[in-house]
Design a protein around this ligand. Structure first.
Ligand code: PGA
Length: 262
């Protein structure tokens, strides 16, 4: 695991988008794992800009999102399918048939979760997984106590997550209480992982995930087990990390980060 600290949310977002862009340039048929949420909106805006202004080509890319709300149709404006179409897919040259999310209204949830796992495998697995972290410490909808070897399944959302996302819905009752999510084990099989965290509200949870013990109480802590995982934080989100000087040194000195230093 490497932690990279950038001065502000804009710089952290641009670095994350640049990592995705380099993955797509290096392997145009990359399988990319995608995330939703407020943090990701800025990453997608930057990827759209790179497509328009720098010709970043998504024509062969295939994508798998982490999760979807249970019970919402793809057309529902609160569904993650709708979010992805609006924030990214409608503005780049990806083939929409190559974009995948779990079906929130699948009649047989177990079969749907199995289908999703098999489709990821059939596409050769995920080359690069983009992640955010929730206030509950979740990645995807892997709420506290998610097994670290869990696979795609349906999961009850915690009060913390319900509170975090309630403002997107007209009333708290309108918000689904369950989601379908890739498991922690599914996520850990991605060949590369980039997790972006910005803002002081996430400082405590990212410090626990990165520098605390591996625990199913903070599912993002399982990323400590992954050999190719980058955690990109802005100064605000980094404020509770104890090894900040070392993390700064990594970005300034390691050859892998040279192309990104500008
Ligand atoms: P946020 O969500 O970017 O809206 O904070 C992140 C998450 O819950 O994973």
């Amino acid at each position: 695991m490497e932690v990279i600290i950038r001065p502000d949310a804009t710089a952290a977002t641009q670095l994350t988008a640049a990592i995705i862009a380099n993955q797509v340039r290096a392997k145009p048929s990359s399988v990319i794992g995608l995330a939703t949420g407020a943090t990701m909106e800025r990453v997608y805006a930057e990827l759209v800009r790179l497509h328009r202004e720098a010709g970043l080509d998504f024509s062969l890319v295939r994508s798998f999102n982490l999760d979807e709300y249970e019970g919402l149709s793809p057309e529902d404006p609160h569904s993650y399918r709708h979010y992805m179409n609006e924030k990214l897919f409608n503005h780049i040259n990806i083939d929409i048939r190559n974009t995948h999310l779990p079906h929130g209204q699948a009649p047989d949830l177990k079969a749907e979760c199995q289908r999703y796992e098999e489709l990821i495998l059939a596409c050769g697995g995920i080359d690069m997984q983009l992640l955010g972290i929730g206030r509950s410490g979740h990645i995807g909808f892997n709420e506290p106590l998610s097994a670290l070897q869990s696979r795609t399944r349906d999961k009850a959302l915690t009060p913390t997550t319900l509170a975090q996302n309630a403002s997107y819905f007209p009333t708290p009752d309108a918000m689904p209480k369950r989601g379908i999510t890739m498991g922690v084990g599914t996520i850990l099989e991605a060949r590369n992982i980039a997790l972006l965290v910005t803002g002081s509200a996430k400082a405590s949870v990212i410090a626990k995930a990165v520098e605390g013990p591996v625990t199913s109480m903070i599912s993002a802590s399982a990323l400590q087990l992954h050999p190719n995982c980058q955690i990109i934080v802005d100064e605000d989100a980094a404020s509770e990390l104890t090894q900040q000087a070392y993390y700064h040194w990594i970005f300034e000195n390691e050859d892998d980060w040279k192309p990104y230093r500008g």
